[in-house]
Write a protein that binds this ligand. Structure first.
Ligand code: SF4
Length: 413
């Protein structure tokens, strides 16, 4: 279950009930200070709470000295194989250091890193990956990969506890979504340290986002996980941050920026909804407030399920309507739809979050809606509503005709 312990990476609390922190990793050579700082600023603007930088060389340590001072968000130094670099990263002020004890050179080297971390008050992320398990667990990796990951993780936790060190979080990553889910569920029952979640080498923006949403979403919905990183094969680290936020927003774990709702479209669609949705999504990125904006492809449903949206549009061939909280606001020409929508949103903010209603325009819009609405049409939304109602009724009723025990009644003496 959710971790009881809390650590702080810089000023960001992780675990112990803190909001799930979003992190990503720079894709630049850390030693290239200009490029790295540029990417760090972009991911911070996109909503990253923390960012990790790879530190494989001495030159990266030099750059790290400046990065930890200039970065707007805390920096985690990512170290493999070289415990000396881990110690140096701690000494130059990294806000956290990520090590994989399985490849850092054995328990003695881990102990040296931990001694430096204690001295400086630096938290550690222990990263266990299915691809770099300690030698004695490699056979188990083939027979029981979940057990192998959890055993590796708990062995490192025991080592850190023996070193009297508790200021750490843990990650167990696998390229397999089911193994990541199963191992983190198991580990969450065994330890109370914060957990960092991710699917390692998840893939491209499309498949990687889906795998991460399934794997991390399942765990987060269970209450497991304190910080997340989406690993995508893209040089634009801010894309990882955007996906992480969409997962957290979908689960209502955190709020950031507007929520866009759009119908899936069907044969009733009469305007170029694809480009409208993309344009609305692009323009909404400029807004920080969590307003809900809905786009319906036709007016046949009326405002329907978008009744709760702060703002919405419903379109037709030549004209469309803008609405707010289920009430028509304005009829507009389809080619002006997006501009007019944002004009209404901007008026709302300019008047202190009050929807500005022009009675004449609203009446004209209501008339347009009445003319275009068709409450006899079987739209996907109405079919779904009917199916839901039927399912509810079926749950309460026993259908004698389709029952496998028709005509038989059983009584218990
Ligand atoms: S019927 Fe529903 S899915 Fe089809 S275009 Fe209209 S709003 Fe979209």
């Amino acid at each position: 279950m959710a971790s009881a312990r809390q650590i702080h990476v810089g000023d960001v609390p992780i675990g112990g009930g803190a909001p799930v922190a979003v992190q990503t990793m720079t894709k630049t050579e850390t030693a290239n200070l200009t490029a790295t700082m540029d990417q760090i600023r972009r991911v911070a603007d996109a909503g990253a709470d923390i960012v990790r930088c790879a530190v494989p060389r001495e030159a990266d340590i030099e750059a790290l000295k400046t990065i930890v001072v200039e970065s707007p968000i805390p920096i985690i130094a990512d170290i493999h194989f070289n415990h000396t670099l881990a110690i140096k990263a701690i000494e130059v002020g990294a806000h956290c250091v990520r090590i994989n004890p399985g490849n850092i050179g054995g328990p003695d080297k881990v102990a040296e890193v931990i001694a430096a971390a204690k001295l400086k008050g630096t938290p550690i992320r222990v990263g266990v990956n299915s691809g770099s398990l300690p030698k004695h667990l490699r056979d188990m990796e083939f027979t029981n990969p979940v057990e192998a990951l959890v055993t590796a993780a708990t062995e490192w936790v025991e080592l850190l506890h023996r070193l009297d060190f508790y200021d750490f979080k843990l990650s167990m990553k696998s390229t397999s979504v089911p193994n990541t889910i199963a191992s983190n569920r198991l580990l969450a029952e065994k330890i109370d340290h914060p957990l960092h979640l991710g699917i390692t080498e998840a893939g491209t923006k499309w498949s990687g986002s889906l795998k991460s949403a399934v794997g991390l979403g399942t765990l987060l919905a269970d209450g497991i996980g304190d910080t997340i990183r989406i690993s995508l094969s893209t040089f634009h680290a801010e894309e990882e941050v955007k996906v992480a936020w969409e997962i957290l927003k979908a689960l209502k774990l955190r709020e950031r920026g507007p929520v866009l709702i759009a119908c899936p479209t069907c044969g009733r669609l009469q305007f170029d909804m694809d480009s409208v949705v993309m344009e609305v999504e692009r323009r909404l990125e400029q807004y920080a407030d969590p307003i809900e904006v809905s786009i319906l492809g036709c007016a046949v449903n009326g405002i329907g399920e978008a009744r709760h949206a702060d703002f919405g549009i419903t379109g037709a061939k030549d004209s469309a309507m803008i609405f707010s909280k289920g009430e028509p606001l304005k009829k507009v020409r389809t080619e002006h739809l997006v501009d007019e929508l944002f004009a209404e949103i901007d008026k709302y903010y300019a008047s202190g979050k009050q929807v500005v209603v022009d009675a004449g325009a609203a009446a004209e819009a209501a008339l347009w809606l009445a003319e275009n609405e068709d409450d006899t049409a079987m739209t996907p939304e109405r079919l779904a509503a009917l199916e839901a109602k039927q399912a509810e009724a079926d749950a309460d009723a026993i259908d004698e005709a389709v029952s496998p025990v028709t005509g038989r009644r059983f009584t218990r003496a």
